[in-house]
Design a protein around this ligand. Structure first.
Ligand SMILES: NC(=O)c1ccc[n+]([C@@H]2O[C@H](COP(=O)([O-])OP(=O)(O)OC[C@H]3O[C@@H](n4cnc5c(N)ncnc54)[C@H](O)[C@@H]3O)[C@@H](O)[C@H]2O)c1
Length: 292
């Protein structure tokens, strides 16, 4: 469990996005100073400096200091990027993530910004599970990308291993976020729940954007030694069906490790709970209560 955190100056890339906004909110609420580097502004959360993270010069310039924003960062949360496969061509998605992640890690290394947290993804653990997972619930030991997007995330984690080897003072935490739900996304639940097969591809996982923001804050404060990859998901699945029933129906040949309790998530968040004190506070049940 992390010790009481000092106040930090934190650079956030992609701070105008779904996870980024909640990360800026969480960091600010905890008393940290933040700067947002993104291609588009989020005015309600302070000034955004327009930075393209695929351009190394822009990333270095942003981190060394910008008029009215300053520099001297203690920590980086790197969230900039196209948020999944299919939102651009495969090559665009792949190149964007690989370039940005390298640029951010390398700039941080050169500038002595030793606390780095970045968005990896649940997708690299075998989605869309054309080949079933080797066991359930899946955990961080799995790395089997099937898409260009997930391959870029896997390479990001490989870069993280390498940067901490090159610079042992660096701490890099890869947060393997599940499918992120902002407030408006809960409106899609009825169609998901009517067609459970539509979410077999990600084991019915999800995570509220506010819990993602909290996880980024905890990871920045913890600065775990070396490189760690942690799954960040909700405690439950998106369905109102017991997880043991889902596993038996959709993955009949996959061994289940331990006992699946109720609607327990099929993504293990035990490591994040143990190493960060991560505790998801939001579930779809609270968000949909009272709706017809
Ligand atoms: N949304 C999900 O379900 C999910 C799940 C797992 C991992 N992730 C990862 O989390 C990160 C954030 O995702 P999100 O859901 O907040 O996405 P989002 O699209 O809401 O936010 C991403 C932000 O990055 C910015 N951006 C994109 N390319 C950029 C560039 N080259 N330079 C600077 N800024 C750039 C965008 O303007 C946007 O504000 C991404 O790396 C994504 O791959 C997302």
């Amino acid at each position: 469990m992390p010790a009481k955190a000092q106040k930090l100056r934190v650079a956030v890339t992609g701070g105008s996005g779904k996870i980024g906004r909640e990360t800026l909110r969480a960091l600010q609420a905890a008393g940290h100073q933040t700067a947002n580097f993104d291609l588009r502004p989020a005015p309600e959360l302070g000034r955004t400096t327009i930075v393209d993270c695929t351009d190394f010069g822009q990333v270095m310039s942003a981190l060394t200091g910008v008029d009215l924003v300053g520099g001297g960062f203690d920590a980086m949360v790197h969230l900039a990027g196209i948020p999944g496969p299919g939102y651009a061509t495969d090559a665009e998605v792949f190149q964007g993530h690989v370039l940005s992640t390298y640029n951010v890690f390398s700039a941080c290394q050169r500038l002595g910004i030793n606390r780095v947290v970045w968005a990896s993804s649940e997708t690299l653990m075998g989605q869309p599970y054309g080949a079933p997972p080797p066991f359930l619930p899946v955990d961080e030991s799995l790395s089997r990308p099937e898409w260009s997007y997930s391959l870029a995330k896997q390479l990001g984690e490989t870069m993280a291993d390498t940067f901490v080897r090159w610079s042992p003072r660096m701490s890099i935490t890869s947060l393997r976020f599940s499918n992120v739900f902002a407030a408006e996304d809960y409106a899609n639940l009825p169609s998901i729940q009517q067609r459970p097969e539509s979410r077999r591809l990600n084991l019915w996982g999800y995570v509220d954007a506010r819990d993602c923001g909290a996880a980024c804050q905890l990871a920045v404060e913890a600065a775990l030694p070396g490189h760690e990859a942690l799954i960040i998901a909700a405690d439950d699945t998106l369905l109102d069906v017991d997880s043991s029933e889902l596993a038996a129906r959709f993955f009949p040949d996959t061994p289940v490790r331990g006992r699946l309790e109720g609607r327990q998530a099929l993504l293990s968040i035990e490591k994040a709970k143990r190493m960060l004190g991560y505790a998801p506070r939001h579930t779809w049940r609270d968000e949909t209560r009272g709706r017809s």
